[in-house]
Design a protein. Structure first.
Length: 87
């Protein structure tokens, strides 16, 4: 049968850069989420994600950034989803 583990999965490729989110809950700092990015596997995805993390691009008058976003889905030891998913 299957076994449950809390160990993180071993990456199948090298991490080429890292990005982070400083998280707050109710306006109080709660910690930092650090993500390893695999630019050799998905270079355009990494570039797009890093751009959203920096918040340096705009679309018309709208700044494209994760800053100030809410996590709308959290699956412990697996993933988080954040940002405006209505666009």
């Amino acid at each position: 049968g299957a076994t449950k583990t809390t160990e993180p999965a071993k990456p199948q490729s090298d991490i080429t850069s890292r990005a982070f989110f400083d998280v707050s809950i109710g306006g109080k700092p709660a910690g930092r989420v650090v993500m390893g990015l695999h630019g050799n596997v998905v270079p355009q995805t990494v570039k797009n994600f890093e751009t959203l993390c920096r918040g340096t691009e705009t679309m018309g008058n709208l700044r494209l950034a994760y800053e100030g976003s809410t996590f709308h889905r959290i699956i412990p030891n697996f993933m988080i989803q954040a940002g405006d998913f209505t666009m």
